[in-house]
Design a protein around this ligand. Structure first.
Ligand code: CP3
Length: 325
């Protein structure tokens, strides 16, 4: 979960050399290097492809830019008439450098280091595509979903096809595990989370499984709250990524009997480090480990994180024997 990035001096250097974030993602040699940086330093059990969920909107032909110290900027979709700007057929060609990076990574990684590919879930992608970037209240995206269900479904169906194609191509290129990020699942109210987060993910999982029955799938519905239970009930055989707000007792009693869980150390504890971090790690391992747990953070590594704290965490986990057998 976002283990590469600005907290590493070697990443900042590489990013400068690349000129821009998009260039970094779309130049196989650079994406390969950014993927390997944290693995080299900390010997993680798995490498996550260096890329971004916004590669799918880019692949569909939407303009995507990453503006320094601001975040992503997209030419926002304003209604069904804008769907004509998107092309599913264009995606494989536009994202070919991503698949090339995976092919090269598959050869470069030690066999015991798993390679994780990923995609954003339709709802999270739709939110960026409609809002034109990050959002606080998701006003435009939710208003579209409430006010023009049919048009919004059309966009969501297109995104489901794109996400499926993107994950399938990553697996064919050499990704051994895939993760689906619904980072803004928690912005959906009540039953909307079932309709616009769980249901499309379930459909993608079913179709991906039919093609690649042995590839593990991790689903991360961040902020799903009580709805985490529905995700566990409906996504048997997947692993469920837990955000930092999920109580360990709920995870153990309600979720772990149904699915493998992944998570959920607060990334802020990795910034502050010391005894509170050690204690929180211990608590997760004790309450959720050692079976049916993939230790992870509850969200991405923050840019303010001292790399020494990640090193300490990695060493402690390894000493606990939570690494590969
Ligand atoms: O760890 C890794 O190597 C994986 C790479 C990865 C990135 N983004 C690289 C990145 C992954 C898995 C993502 C997923 C992603 N991207 C998500 C889902 C996970 C989550 O965090 O909830 C989301 C919502 C995005 C969209 C996105 N990308 C935003 C909102 C931003 C700007 C905010 C920020 O942190 O700067 C990005 C940029 C981004 N993606 C960076 C990295 C390393 C920082 C870019 C930079 O300045 O170099």
């Amino acid at each position: 979960m976002r283990q590469a990035g600005r907290y590493l001096p070697e990443y900042r250097h590489l990013r400068e050399r690349a000129g821009g974030f998009l260039e970094l993602c779309l130049t196989p040699a650079l994406a390969l290097e950014a993927t390997l940086q944290p693995v080299r330093r900390f010997a993680m059990d798995a490498a996550i492809l260096f890329s971004d969920i916004l590669m799918v909107p880019y692949g569909l032909g939407q303009s995507v830019e990453f503006v320094e110290s601001h975040g992503p900027v997209l030419d926002a979709l304003n209604g069904t008439e804008d769907l004509a700007r998107l092309s599913l057929a264009a995606l494989p060609e536009r994202l070919a450098p991503v698949y090339q990076a995976i092919r090269e990574l598959a050869g470069a990684l030690a066999p015991e280091t798993a390679l994780i590919g990923f995609a954003g879930a339709p709802w999270t992608l739709a939110s960026y595509m409609i809002e034109g970037g990050s959002s606080r209240d998701f006003l435009k995206a939710k208003a579209w979903a409430y006010g023009d269900r049919q048009g919004f479904s059309q966009l969501m169906n297109l995104l489901a096809e794109a996400v499926l194609a993107h994950l399938d191509a990553q697996i064919r290129a050499g990704a051994e595990i895939v993760q689906i990020f619904d980072s803004w699942a928690g912005a959906l109210s009540g039953e909307m989370i079932e309709t616009w987060s769980l249901a499309p993910i379930e459909a993608i999982v079913a179709r991906l499984r039919a093609r690649h029955p042995d590839v593990p799938i991790i689903v991360f519905p961040r902020g799903a709250g009580a709805a985490y239970k529905s995700f566990a009930e409906n996504l048997r055989g997947c692993a469920l990524g837990l955000d930092t707000s999920v109580p360990l007792s709920f995870a153990r009693e309600e979720l772990q009997p149904l699915v493998v869980v992944q998570g959920n150390l607060d990334p802020v504890l990795l910034v502050s480090g010391g005894a509170p971090m050690d204690a929180a790690v211990e608590r997760i391992l004790e309450r959720l480990g050692p079976q049916r747990l993939v230790f992870n953070l509850g969200h991405g590594v923050l840019p303010q994180t001292p790399p020494e704290h990640v090193a300490r965490l990695s060493e402690r986990l390894r000493a606990k024997g939570s690494g590969p057998p």
